[in-house]
Design a protein around this ligand. Structure first.
Ligand code: SF4
Length: 732
């Protein structure tokens, strides 16, 4: 874009004649904003100097469709369209900061115009002077969920928010020029004097908190099915790959004949020979039986129709299974490491010949020497500042000396093996490949390139649709904050899935694992809890901390929401206090719909600046810093007690602490503790050693029982379990 001076040329004579604001209405309409477009045009098409750049990036379409379906060029938007065009014109001709905008950023600018103009149209604002700081605050509240819904890969960067708010900030910067051109300017700074960097940071935190984890009702079957696929099904699919690779082609094979007993010949390379081999292979192929099941996990791959099409049928079915295993592996790695899709897709292909582990995976000994951590370093991870940096992701843990391979590491090994035949011809060094195939994967003709985020998202959506049954989902999840939150999942069969939800799900289960997950997954999340204290990996990764913080805020809001709506009862000293403090809010929101109740509860929590830390045994709300027991025992000065002391925090300390909240979600922990303590006591009694040294165990049992009673837990059932496990109960 060439910089114009404020003095504009008459298009006919090329002479400097008038300033921009001196142009008449007709002259303004004829004014050439760029070589190809004039002011009155519905499309401003700028010349893009970057070779090969898409034309759409340097085009601003004023006939854009707003959120209500109307076009900005319709008569009722005339005022809005006029000042929007003037704003862009002044930005081109007389930018307040003296910087000329790049023509390739027009599509971003159009998005920013669209956010603001759609909202103004919706709420009935016409002119910039109506945008007071309070009104702009409402606009930001409005766009936060829109941006959260559009987010494709994890949290949006601050730059994305700055782009979203660009038009608002420029209405202020360009106010003098706009005013001269007859647009009544904003009366006050739209962000109360804060710069766009500060505002974007605040908004990005807000949006990050709006991105929900997968509802448990979806996450549990999805993760369980993905982990299930990495066992027997993965082994079968690796065997099944002969269908694509045809390893016998061209080699000498021995076959039985009706005339002679056996003879040797060269396996043919023609299509006909290949078809026959695939058919023979699939005819004999048997799928395995998953442990605990009775039938093979998949029916034999069937044929039908003519020989050539049946081969493709068989290949297509095999390719479908091949994709399912690859997608299951992607789900497991993402959900168990907290990686973003873009980081997952930047893992390099290959196996380290020395360690037998996927490239870039290393084993580190923990600080205590008790564990070995499997860590992968992502090659590229964008930071807020835009510079790439390397960060570590924990893929799993095992006790030192064990030969166990964590599930996420196994998943990477499986993907390496699955894609091996195409690696040689791939135009990338990355592990996850996008292989073009029509009628089933073909080794020789397929082209392989690195997979993109959108493709990965689409593949996982397809995985859910094919393998995860969501048809019986109820309308609402157990922890819903809006009505009918599961209906879109059920009706779309999982098409509302976005890969970034897996990071929130990672954080959710790292904070409190769900016992309904398969044992291998439970173990992984248990390891992650250890990684937060044992290793420094998670603490060094800002993206994981951000996810954990954001899910902590969501869990805090949910706990308060379910308390005020009467879904849960709080116990513990802080729990009882909080319950009383919530009385007024409870009355205020009693008659409101669920979504309004939710937003008022969130506002209440933010106003009171409540912070919460979650563990399996209690939730810590450290608002009474002088009474934090975990700090009392370590004699931490009161003025530095801003979070629990993880090295001294223990269930028995938390149970009587002034900062502890207990609710139904902690029942599992206290039930297990009650059972274990009672069983120890009975064993000691039977051995005749239940003396004073067991006072601590007795105390634990009593403490657990007291807490369980507050939840209304069935103590009689637990006692019955104790007796039956200890053998004191007669079988009859
Ligand atoms: S003892 Fe437990 S509840 Fe109390 S402050 Fe420490 S972590 Fe929180």
């Amino acid at each position: 874009m060439t910089a114009n001076s404020e003095c504009v040329r008459s298009s006919e004579h090329g002479k400097l004649s008038k300033k921009l604001h001196e142009l008449s209405h007709e002259e303004l309409n004829e004014y050439r904003v760029c070589e190809q477009s004039k002011f009155s045009d519905d499309k401003w098409v700028f010349f893009n100097h970057i070779p090969g750049a898409a034309k759409a990036n340097s085009t601003l379409n004023w006939a854009m469709v707003l959120s209500d379906g109307s076009q900005l060029t319709e008569a009722h938007h005339a005022e809005r369209l006029h000042w929007a065009k003037l704003l862009l014109l002044t930005l081109i001709v007389i930018p307040a900061n003296g910087r000329i905008r790049a023509t390739g950023s027009m599509s971003n600018l159009q998005t920013s115009f669209n956010y603001l103009l759609s909202w103004m149209s919706e709420v009935g604002y016409h002119d910039p002077h109506e945008l007071t700081p309070q009104v702009v605050k409402c606009f930001m509240e409005h766009i936060a969920p829109i941006m959260a819904a559009r987010c494709v890969d994890a949290e949006l960067s601050r730059h994305a928010f700055a782009r979203g708010l660009f038009v608002v900030s420029q209405l202020w910067s360009q106010r003098h020029s706009l005013s001269r051109m007859g647009v009544k300017p904003m009366a006050a700074h739209p962000f109360d004097g804060k710069n766009s960097e500060q505002i974007s940071r605040e908004l990005s935190i807000k949006v990050s908190n709006l991105i929900p984890p997968l509802p448990d009702e979806v996450a549990l079957p999805l993760l369980n099915k993905a982990a299930w696929f990495l066992g027997t099904p993965a082994n079968d699919v690796l065997r099944l790959m002969n269908v694509f690779t045809d390893p016998l082609a061209g080699s000498m094979v021995t076959v039985k004949s009706t005339f002679r007993s056996t003879y040797t010949h060269k396996a043919g390379l023609t299509n006909c020979s290949r078809h026959r081999r695939v058919r023979r292979f699939l005819d004999k192929f048997e799928f395995g039986i998953v442990a605990g099941e009775r039938q093979p996990w998949h029916e034999p791959i069937s044929f039908g129709g003519k020989e050539s099409s049946s081969e493709y049928d068989g290949k297509r079915q095999a390719a479908h299974l091949w994709e399912a295993v690859r997608d299951a592996a992607a789900i497991i790695v993402q959900a168990m490491s907290g990686m973003r899709a873009s980081e997952l897709l930047s893992i390099r292909a290959g196996i380290d010949q020395d360690t037998g582990l996927p490239l870039e995976v290393r084993i580190e000994e923990s600080l205590t020497g008790l564990y070995e951590w499997f860590v992968i370093r992502s090659a590229i991870s964008k930071t807020e500042e835009g510079a790439p940096r390397e960060v570590d992701w924990v893929l799993g843990m095992r006790p030192a000396g064990s030969s166990e391979i964590p599930l996420a590491v196994k998943a990477l090994c499986i993907v390496n093996a699955l894609q091996l035949p195409w690696m040689e011809r791939a135009r990338t060094a990355y592990l996850f490949l996008s292989i073009s195939h029509g009628k089933g994967l073909r080794r020789t003709h397929a082209t392989a390139d690195s997979m993109g985020v959108k493709h990965l998202n689409a593949h996982i959506q397809r995985f859910i649709m094919s393998w995860v049954d969501l048809s019986n989902l109820p309308d609402q999840s157990a922890h819903h904050i809006t009505e009918n939150d599961l209906v879109p999942w059920r009706e779309s069969r999982g098409q509302v899935f976005r890969t970034h939800m897996l990071r929130k799900t990672w954080a959710q289960y790292a904070l409190a694992c769900d016992s309904r997950l398969l044992p291998a997954i439970q173990m992984q999340f248990h390891h992650l809890s250890l990684a937060m204290t044992e290793g420094s990996y998670i603490g060094n990764n800002p993206m994981l901390l951000e996810a954990l913080n954001s899910v902590s805020v969501q869990k805090r809001n949910l706990l308060l929401f379910e308390t005020v709506t009467g879904k849960i009862k709080l116990a513990g000293r802080m729990g009882e206090q909080l319950d009383l403090a919530l009385d007024q809010l409870r009355q205020d929101i009693n008659d409101l719909p669920a979504s309004e109740k939710w937003s008022q509860t969130v506002a209440w929590a933010n106003r009171n600046e409540l912070r919460m830390f979650f563990t399996a045994h209690a939730t810590c709300c450290p608002s009474r810093s002088s009474e934090m027991r975990c700090h009392d025992v370590s004699k931490t000065p009161v003025w530095v007690r801003w979070a629990p002391n993880s090295s001294t925090r223990a269930p028995s300390l938390c149970a009587g602490c002034a900062c502890a909240i207990m609710d139904k979600s902690h029942e599992q922990f206290w039930s297990d503790r009650y059972l274990a303590s009672q069983l120890s006591l009975i064993a000691a009694e039977m051995a005749g050693v239940a003396d004073g040294s067991f006072r601590e165990v007795r105390f634990r049992a009593e403490q657990a029982k007291g807490i369980l009673k507050k939840f209304g837990a069935d103590i009689a059932r637990l006692d019955h379990t104790v007796l039956s496990r200890s053998g004191k109960l007669c079988p009859n």
